[in-house]
Design a protein around this ligand. Structure first.
Ligand code: PLP
Length: 358
C-alpha cells in the first residue's frame, strides 16, 4: 500500500445501509419480504414521468451527454428561483460535496463539522489531507453557535452544515445560520438533501452572502437515488471555478432527461411530501421509544435502555432494515434512524418496535 497517500490510508471506510439482497440471504427471506427503511429512499418510487423519460432516451446512450447539463440546470434554476449560472450539478450530492471540498480545502487546512451528522463531510475532508474539527451539537442536536465560532481559526477553510440534519432530523435555525455567516467569511456549505420535507429552506440566503452555498439532491423527494443527481446553488463567481474541476460529464444522459421530467412532475412531488409528513407523524406517535422531532423523511429513535445494535438485529430478524447510528460519529450506541415508508410499511415497523418492547 506504499503508493497510497497517507491521508487516504487513515480514512475509515464509509458504512452504507444494508441492501435488501444482503438481508434476504442472511436472514432467510425472499427479497420481496424485506422492508428497507435504512437509506431514506422515496417509498413511492420515482415519478412516472421520470421513468418514461428513461425509456424514451435509452437509445441515446451511445452519445456523450451535453457538457454542463444545461437543460437540467435550467429546470433546477427554475425550481429554486435562481439564474442558471448559479446552479452547478454533479454525480449525486456526494459528487458535488467532493468537488466543493477539493475547491476550498488544502492539506492541513481545517474543516468544521457539527456532529452527529452525515459522515461524508469528514471523509472528503480527510481525503484532501485536511483536519476535520468535530463540534458536538447540543442535547437537542441544535448547533452550538458559540462553540462552532470558537473553533474557527486562520486554518479554517470550510464549515459543513446540514438541515434537516442527518441522522437527527432537526433543521438549523435561521438566526443561528445568519449569526455564523455574519461572523465569518469562511465558506459555509448547507446540505439541504431533505429540504422538501421541511417547513422552510435557507436557499434565499445565497443571494445575500458571498460565502454561502446550498447543496441539494434528487435522491430523496424526487426518488432518483439510483441515478445519482445532485446540485448546488452557489454565488456566481464560484460556479466558474466549480466547472473547472468538475468532471464535464458528471451527470449522464439518462439522468439529465429523468431529472428534467421529475422536476416537472409537481403531482408526484406533492404526493411524496404528503406521504412523508403523515407517515412521519405516525412513526413519531406510535413507536414506543423516544422519537426526536423530525423535518426529514426519517425519524431518529432512542432505544435506551436497549442498544441500537440489539434492536437493529431484532428488526433484521423480522426482515426490516433500519439504520444503526453507531456509524455516525458522536451518536452513541442507542440511536436508530428509521426512514418513513408507505402507510403499510410504517405499520409494519411500528409493530416490530412494539414487539421488541414486550
Ligand atoms: C445529508 C445528506 N447529504 C447528502 C446525501 C447524498 O445524496 P446523494 O444521493 O444525492 O449523493 C445524503 C444521502 O443519504 C444525505 O443524507
Amino acid at each position: 500500500m506504499a503508493r497510497i497517500r497517507n491521508a487516504i490510508l487513515k480514512i475509515s471506510e464509509y458504512v452504507p445501509g444494508k441492501t435488501i439482497e444482503d438481508v434476504a440471504q442472511e436472514y432467510g427471506f425472499i427479497p420481496e419480504e424485506v422492508l428497507k427503511l435504512g437509506s431514506n429512499e422515496n417509498p413511492l418510487g420515482p415519478s412516472p414521468k421520470a421513468v418514461q423519460a428513461v425509456k424514451d432516451h435509452a437509445h441515446t446512450i451511445s452519445v456523450y451527454p451535453p457538457a454542463g447539463a444545461k437543460e437540467l440546470r435550467h429546470a433546477m434554476a427554475q425550481y429554486v428561483g435562481y439564474p442558471v449560472n448559479q446552479i452547478v450539478v454533479g454525480n449525486g450530492m456526494d459528487g458535488v460535496l467532493d468537488i466543493f471540498t477539493r475547491l476550498f480545502v488544502e492539506k492541513n487546512d481545517e474543516v468544521i463539522i457539527p456532529i452527529p451528522t452525515f459522515s461524508y463531510y469528514e471523509l472528503f475532508t480527510l481525503a484532501c489531507g485536511a483536519v476535520p474539527i468535530l463540534v458536538p451539537r447540543n442535547s437537542n442536536f441544535d448547533i452550538d453557535v458559540h462553540k462552532l465560532l470558537d473553533a474557527v481559526n486562520e486554518r479554517t477553510k470550510l464549515i459543513f452544515l446540514c438541515s434537516p440534519n442527518n441522522p437527527t432530523g432537526n433543521p438549523i435555525q435561521e438566526s443561528d445560520l445568519r449569526q455564523i455567516l455574519d461572523a465569518t467569511e469562511i465558506m459555509v456549505i448547507l446540505d439541504e438533501a431533505y429540504v422538501e420535507f421541511a417547513d422552510s429552506s435557507m436557499v434565499e440566503l445565497v443571494r445575500g452572502y458571498e460565502n454561502f452555498i446550498v447543496t441539494r439532491s434528487m435522491s430523496k423527494a424526487f426518488g432518483l437515488a439510483g441515478l445519482r443527481i445532485g446540485y448546488a446553488v452557489v454565488p456566481p463567481e464560484i460556479s466558474r471555478e466549480y466547472m473547472k474541476v468538475a468532471p464535464v460529464f458528471s451527470v449522464n444522459r439518462i439522468g439529465i432527461s429523468a431529472g428534467v421530467a421529475a422536476l416537472g412532475d409537481d403531482e408526484h412531488l406533492t404526493q411524496t411530501i404528503k406521504t412523508i409528513r403523515s407517515g412521519r407523524d405516525s412513526l413519531q406517535n406510535n413507536i414506543p421509544f423516544k422519537v426526536y422531532p423530525s423535518q426529514a423523511n426519517f425519524v431518529l429513535v432512542d432505544v435506551s435502555p436497549f442498544t441500537s445494535e440489539e434492536i437493529c438485529e431484532s428488526l433484521l430478524r423480522k426482515g426490516i432494515i433500519v439504520r444503526d447510528c453507531r456509524s455516525f460519529r458522536g451518536a452513541g450506541d442507542s440511536l436508530i434512524r428509521v426512514s418513513v415508508g408507505t402507510k403499510e410499511q410504517n405499520k409494519r415497523v411500528i409493530e416490530a418496535f412494539k414487539g421488541v418492547r414486550t
